[in-house]
Design a protein around this ligand. Sequence first.
Ligand code: BG6
Length: 487
Amino acid sequence: MKKIQFPDNFLWGGATAANQCEGAWNIGGKGESVADHMTAGDRKTPRRFTPEIEDDQYYPSHEAIDMYHNYKEDIAMFAEMGFKMYRMSIAWTRIFPNGDDKKPNEEGIEFYRSVFEECKKYNIEPLVTLSHYEMPYNLAKEYDGWADRKCIDFFMNYCNVVFTEYKGLVKYWLTFNEINIGAMHFGALMSCGVLSGAVTELDLSKPFVETDKQKNRRFNALHNQFVASAKAVKLAHAIDAEYKIGCMIAGMCSYPFTPNPSDVLETQKRMQIGNYLCGDVMVRGEYPHYADRFFKEQGVKIDLTDADSRALKDGCVDFYSFSYYATGCVSTDPETLKSAGNMVFGVANPHLKSSEWGWQIDAVGLRFFLNEYYSRYQIPMMVVENGLGAVDTVEDDGSIHDPYRIEYLRRHIEQMGEAIEDGVDLIGYTPWGCIDLISASTGEMHKRYGMIYVDNDNDGNGTMKRSRKDSFYWYKKCIESNGTDLD
Ligand code: BG6
């Protein structure tokens, strides 16, 4: 493989989210989030949402990997790897415990200030997600989450506090993590905090049943997030002209299973709604041409006011970011649908291999989709999540050999390099779970993405000790050489 030069100021780093790593769920004045009501699960047992915290259940976000008390050690290890950027999220409930409080929680504000100052010490640029599947539980319960427009104002109060408090400490922000998950039936609760009629079991292998009314509520909740995001962009720029705000889209990327035109057309439709809709609104400031017909056919009526339209136009994002793990295929053939293994990413692609969790690994697809997105939007891009969830083994001498992860990262980095050579303005890469953390979909610890191992198991047992995996040293070398040494 030829060596590719990444831009000199390329933002190499790693990514986490508060509910999956911070813990301290009821410490320091933090309120409960929807994520705090999700039980642990594993590959075979789906996570459950419980309206009350049940005594005999384990809720992994409550302690997670206790980064709340270990952030200095963790950031020092990120610095040792040479991180230029650290993507993390603020738990909204640490700033406004109930979401609709009149005054923010000072202890929460100071906590994140210390985290950002720690990053600054090492010249690590924080990339801060404002909402990463962390809806305040009170807003879900009392307002049905983003289905209620009032959440826009609550979110703006929160944004106003963090944009003002962290001026000079943070430059890059993301509004909603994987906002397009709200465009999918399973996203109502996790992404939009909509409790009414929510499916309480997170089993992505089963078909979700959703009434027309629920669908309408979900898409209106998503619309309210669009408006909130656009207003946040405008507010951020008014508070600090240096702020850069991005959208964050789950790369739900699909290919047609065959060249049959009906597969091709169906793939286009799937990509439009599942993948492009949110980016189109957030980058261009208006709903795309295909939205009307889709909403009509689905019986969805978006409550789009003139003021909303103006807000969307005034709040276009500065850069486009996305997560990228896997791709799938789309088929219209009922026989294929039955036999080819229908996953959340679509039908299995016979040319690709899967991870232990059935996610199909497709490094070349990353180059393809980077080119697709860039030609569509023409603004700077960041890959803010990518990686391999795998089981790791600790050897007797404490070492952790993870060649499978190194191989995954190497192949994807090579393809990012190719995309840069193709002309894509890619400015950063923050692979997911740079330190092992709780899996979002299964709620387990054993699905590890990290270059840093954390001694904790699926039931929350362990010392929480941090150790360097082989991938730690490999990624350090990659960053040091600015992507040229991937051996
Ligand atoms: C993304 C989310 O969907 O994928 C993360 O933004 C999540 O929160 C990541 O952890 C990996 O998924 P999982 O289910 O393996 O944790």
